[in-house]
Design a protein around this ligand. Structure first.
Ligand SMILES: N[C@@H](CCC(=O)N[C@@H](CS)C(=O)NCC(=O)O)C(=O)O
Length: 270
């Protein structure tokens, strides 16, 4: 196995969930990287120079030696093979299977739902204030059909969209299953942190950042509450996620979430 040398370049955006999980794993592994900020709100992900690196027009991308890594789940596993310590994958085959199931669920179901919730609550106003032509160019530049469709729904239908309700229920099910999984162990697939936790936690933290903490129902989900608290205190989490969010940014997100709360409450019947 050829482990690359030199300093990797990370193309990322501060609050993107996928960037957060990759930065989190890199911080746990103590890997230093060269910072390449891609401004998603300005559409830099669609610039030709970036598309040459990542034709999917999404962040993050990790470029290390000859390798250009664009899928976070497989990248996290690769990092864990390249950099032995700390171990972030359980050695027990069943636990490793469970870890991959969490990652698959996030990639396939939670990630798009989380993006829809974020853009509906916090990005819609800014997108709707763009000149129609510019908005159309931005939307039609998104190569992934599913993501493009969901972004359009966020902009045109907002909180009223059926997909928004579905996205909330996706998170409700995730919160319940995470809490259940933690009833017998400290972390999702064992007694130490793994790629499963690193992958799942940014999506739950997003709800908190959006001021939707009541949705987490932490009083009746004590195991989830303790896990969140434990992970949030990790130096790697602080460095990779908390430090990328200014107090002003969190306040703005949470104000947007509070405006949406009445609708969310009635959808989830909390
Ligand atoms: N397949 C990627 C997903 C990457 C992704 O969807 N990134 C989002 C930000 S979290 C993005 O760059 N979206 C581009 C856009 O909003 O136009 C992964 O492995 O996580």
């Amino acid at each position: 196995m050829t482990v690359p040398t030199g300093i990797p370049r990370l193309y990322h955006y501060p609050t993107s969930g996928s960037s957060q999980k990759l930065r989190f794993a890199l911080a746990e592994k103590g890997v230093h990287w060269e910072d390449h900020f891609i401004d998603l709100l300005q559409g830099e992900q669609h610039h030709e120079s970036y598309r040459r690196i990542n034709p999917k027009g999404v962040v993050p991308t990790l470029v290390w030696g000859q390798y250009v890594l664009t899928e976070v789940g497989p990248t996290l596993e690769l990092l864990d093979s390249w950099i032995a310590k700390p171990v972030l994958r359980p050695s027990d085959p069943i636990c490793r299977y469970q870890m991959r199931c969490w990652i698959k669920r996030i990639d396939e179901v939670v990630h798009p739902a989380n993006g829809l919730i974020t853009y509906t609550i916090a990005g819609r106003r800014a997108l709707r204030s763009l000149p129609a032509k510019q908005l159309e160019i931005m939307l039609s530049s998104m190569p992934n059909i599913r993501d493009r469709r969901l972004r359009r729904i966020a902009v045109t239908q907002g909180l009223e969209a059926e997909e928004f309700s579905e996205a909330l229920h996706v998170h409700e099910a995730l919160l319940e299953d995470v809490n259940d999984a933690l009833s017998t162990r400290a972390y999702l697939v064992g007694d130490s942190i793994s790629l499963a936790d690193i992958t799942v936690v940014p999506y739950i933290k997003r709800l908190e950042h959006l001021g939707l903490t009541p949705m987490l129902c932490l009083d009746r989900r004590p195991d989830l509450a303790r896990w969140l608290e434990r992970i949030s205190r990790r130096p790697a989490f602080v460095k990779a996620i908390s430090d990328y969010m200014s107090a002003d940014q969190v306040r703005a997100l949470s104000r947007a979430g509070k405006r949406a709360w009445v609708t969310i409450e009635s959808i989830l019947e909390i």
